[in-house]
Write a protein that binds this ligand. Structure first.
Ligand SMILES: [Zn+2]
Length: 247
């Protein structure tokens, strides 16, 4: 990794007072979470259900086959041993220092909160919360986990409990979109990590940024590389922890 670039990154952080981090799957894969499309991702490795993971994680599939949904969801999202990595911890530290105002994430694994981040805007919801599809009563996470992949039923009314996750075919929460847009509009520095920005809604959000400091950390090239002040192709955990150490 290029030390001069890290120095420059750290200097940009020092000069900023309202940093927003926008993250995608690449932030979680360094914790051992599987993404969708890479070689080791869910799409290529999960074959036992005879349907692609995106189909299982869709609204209509959940309604029709909750048993298969929960079996998959428990195995790959709820019952994982994934722990926060250096990127999560560096971001939490940067928030404590007062410089980072928000983490906007497309991930649903809750790893940012576990690392200590407080203002986490979860575009696609979270596996840390579940509620009844009918009476909306919240079921504690430990209780949901105790069903071990069987369909959890509401203790009040007996209907199916669902994760507070935006499934395919469902729209993002308006309130969450608004917080994300407001955070980006107010930012003086934007760090984008672990996402190629190719998929909706990521690219749409970036347009709201009017500052000059954009740092991109992603394994592959993105269409925004040319407008970024700095581009890293390295591990996001390594880049973030190295830069934050210098602050
Ligand atoms: Zn209920």
């Amino acid at each position: 990794m290029n030390e001069k670039k890290i120095d420059k990154f750290a200097e940009m952080i020092r000069q900023s007072n309202n940093i927003v981090f926008f993250g995608g799957a690449g932030v979680s894969t360094e914790s051992g979470m599987k993404d969708y499309r890479s070689e080791d991702g869910l799409y290529n490795t999960v074959k036992q259900y005879n349907v692609p993971p995106e189909t299982i994680l869709s609204h209509s599939f959940f309604e029709r086959y909750p048993e298969i949904f929960y079996d998959f969801y428990y195995n790959y999202f709820l019952n994982t041993s994934a722990q926060p990595n250096r990127a999560h911890y560096a971001l939490a530290e940067l928030e404590k220092s007062g410089k980072l105002k928000a983490v906007i994430t497309q991930n649903i694994d809750g790893l940012h909160q576990r690392a200590g981040s407080r203002n986490v805007i979860e575009l696609h919801g979270t596996v840390l919360k579940h509620y009844c599809t009918v009476c909306k009563t919240v079921m504690p996470n430990e209780k949901v986990k105790s069903f071990a992949g069987k369909v959890p039923k509401c203790e009040k009314c007996g209907h199916i409990v669902r994760p507070d996750v935006v499934l395919y075919e469902e729209s993002l929460n308006d309130r969450v979109i608004k917080s994300a847009v407001e955070a980006i509009c107010a930012a003086d520095m934007l760090i984008i990590g672990g996402t190629s920005l190719a998929v909706y809604p990521a690219a749409n959000f970036i347009r709201y940024f009017s500052g000059e400091k954009i740092v991109l950390i992603n394994r592959d090239a993105t269409q925004y590389d040319s407008i970024a002040s700095l581009v890293f192709r390295d591990s996001i955990g390594e880049v973030m922890s190295s830069a934050v150490k210098l602050i």
